[in-house]
Design a protein around this ligand. Structure first.
Ligand code: AP5
Length: 203
């Protein structure tokens, strides 16, 4: 499980971990954005919440994760979930019912001053889903024209998302306090990944 503030690098590291350990990458943010793009009932329920940087109701997110777990035939790395204590408690039950256990709970720590620029500079390749950063993880020049920016990556919404993270997610961090592995997320993506692998190997 990867915890951390918006734009701390959870998605970037989850993709690397999934690749390295052949795990399923379960990202509630990505699943919710996909639901909005698909234009179905869930998408219409959550679209405005995502745009405004507000959390989606717990029961909807828990249901999404439940579906993803049912479909995941092997191990997984979960990113962006849980975000509230109720989600964490729901996840505990879900795992216990399936006789599954978390191997690690990783908290990526980055100074808040850095998080805003990480968000506003983020760009996504709609063809591959790859996440770039204009400055920190620059895309190849030829694909720049097709890159997209997330609706919730404007500075005003990022500030709101950070405030919500501080209000809601402290309780989640407390819930996992005893087994939390804190990682300094301020280095390059490769440096952060090396640190995570190193800590996992020492567990
Ligand atoms: P979600 O998609 O989960 O957003 P988030 O938690 O705010 O996290 P981000 O995706 O913004 O960042 P990240 O930590 O994955 O960073 P990334 O690797 O992309 O959720 C979006 C919305 O969905 C929520 O606001 C809410 O509405 C809803 N939602 C989702 N889950 C929910 C839940 N459980 N309950 C309720 N609602 C939920 O990196 C960011 C940028 O920095 C990228 O450009 C990247 O290239 C760059 N970067 C990454 N690592 C580094 C590094 N080490 N150095 C320099 N740059 C880096």
């Amino acid at each position: 499980m990867l915890l951390g503030a918006p734009a701390s690098g959870k998605g970037t590291q989850a993709a690397r971990l999934a690749d390295h350990f052949d795990l399923e990458h379960i990202s509630t943010g990505a699943m919710l954005r996909q639901a909005v793009a698909d234009g179905g009932e869930l998408g219409s329920l959550v679209g405005q919440l995502l745009k405004d940087g507000q959390l989606v109701p717990d029961h909807l997110v828990v249901e999404l994760v439940l579906d993803a777990l049912e479909q995941s035939g092997h191990g997984f790395v979960v990113d962006g979930f849980p975000r509230t204590l109720r989600q964490a408690e729901g996840f505990d039950v879900m795992l216990a019912q399936r006789a599954l256990a978390l191997d690690a709970v990783i908290l990526i720590e980055v100074a808040h001053s850095v998080l805003v620029s990480r968000s506003t500079g983020r760009r996504i390749d709609p063809d591959t889903g790859h996440v770039y950063h204009l400055q920190f993880a620059p895309p190849p020049a030829e694909i720049v024209p097709r890159l997209e920016q997330r609706d919730d990556d404007s500075e005003a919404v990022v500030v709101e998302r950070l405030a919500i993270y501080q209000r809601q997610t402290a309780a989640v961090i407390d819930h996992y306090r005893e087994r939390l592995v804190a990682i300094d997320g301020s280095g390059t993506p490769a440096q952060v990944f090396t640190q995570i692998l190193d800590r996992l190997n020492r567990q």
